[in-house]
Structure formats: structure tokens, C-alpha cells
Write a protein that binds this ligand. Structure first.
Ligand SMILES: [Zn+2]
Length: 143
């Protein structure tokens, strides 16, 4: 099994674009050393998990009711896609005292079909203190 964090070190800039280092931002969440405190933090960690192809974190942070099959997710991670950038547009609730929240974002990637912008309004819930991704509505028009 290859490293789940590709060739990033703790001192590298976190792929999620927070401006923090990987070691201070998403890596501890991917390593289960720290829980994502907000829906947006979980969303960022999931973007980073796509970027570093961390299948386990993606499955762990997906609500069991909507999570894809492991094999399907593994196949989608195997595609030649490079994740370039994450832009958070808006979020509602999703804080430490909420049980649900949404995050609207664009994930910019480059794959076999060229550059792609995936815009999505994602829904999150918090169960037993852990934020989970439920589902997303794609292609939300630009505000
Ligand atoms: Zn991050």
C-alpha cells in the first residue's frame, strides 16, 4: 500500500488552500489524530483526501447511507486526475454547535479531458461528534 499522503510533507502548503501547512491543517484529520471541528473543515479534508488519494479518509467521512462502494471509489481515485485548487464559496451552519451544515465549493482539477471545475453544494451532518458528508448537488449556478 502506497503512502496516503503522496509526497507531501508537514511543511508543505495544505492542498485544500487554507493557507496553513499540511501538518497543521488536513493531515492530522486524515490521520485521525484530530476530528474536523466544522463541516467546512471536513469538506477541506475530503478535498485533500482526493488530492492525495486517501481512500480510507473518504470512506470514513462519508455517511454510511450514501457512501459509494469501496471498489467504485477506488476506481475513481485511480483516474489520472490532478486536483489543482479548492474554492469555498459559502457555508451555512456546520459549526461546533450544529448537527448539520452545507458547504458550497468549486474543485478545480485537470484530467484526461482537460481542466474541469466541479461546483457542488454539499450537505453534512454531525453524528456522535463526527462530521460526515451526506451528498451534494452539482452544478449550482454561480451567484
Ligand atoms: Zn487543509
Amino acid at each position: 500500500m502506497h503512502s496516503s499522503s503522496a509526497d507531501l510533507t508537514d511543511d508543505d502548503r495544505c492542498p485544500c488552500g487554507s493557507g496553513d501547512t499540511f501538518g497543521a491543517c488536513c493531515r492530522p484529520v486524515l490521520r485521525q489524530e484530530r476530528r474536523a471541528g466544522t463541516a467546512q473543515a471536513l469538506m477541506r479534508s475530503r478535498y485533500t483526501a482526493f488530492a492525495v488519494r486517501d481512500l480510507e479518509h473518504l470512506l470514513r467521512s462519508w455517511h454510511p447511507a450514501t457512501a459509494p462502494e469501496r471498489a467504485d471509489l477506488a476506481a475513481s481515485l485511480a483516474e489520472e486526475v490532478r486536483w489543482l485548487r479548492l474554492e469555498i464559496h459559502a457555508s451555512t451552519a456546520g459549526g461546533p454547535f450544529d448537527d448539520a451544515g452545507t458547504v458550497e465549493f468549486s474543485a478545480i482539477s485537470r484530467g484526461p479531458q482537460g481542466r474541469q471545475v466541479q461546483r457542488e453544494l454539499s450537505r453534512f451532518v454531525r453524528e456522535d461528534g463526527a462530521w460526515l458528508y451526506v451528498d451534494g448537488q452539482q452544478g449550482t449556478p454561480r451567484a
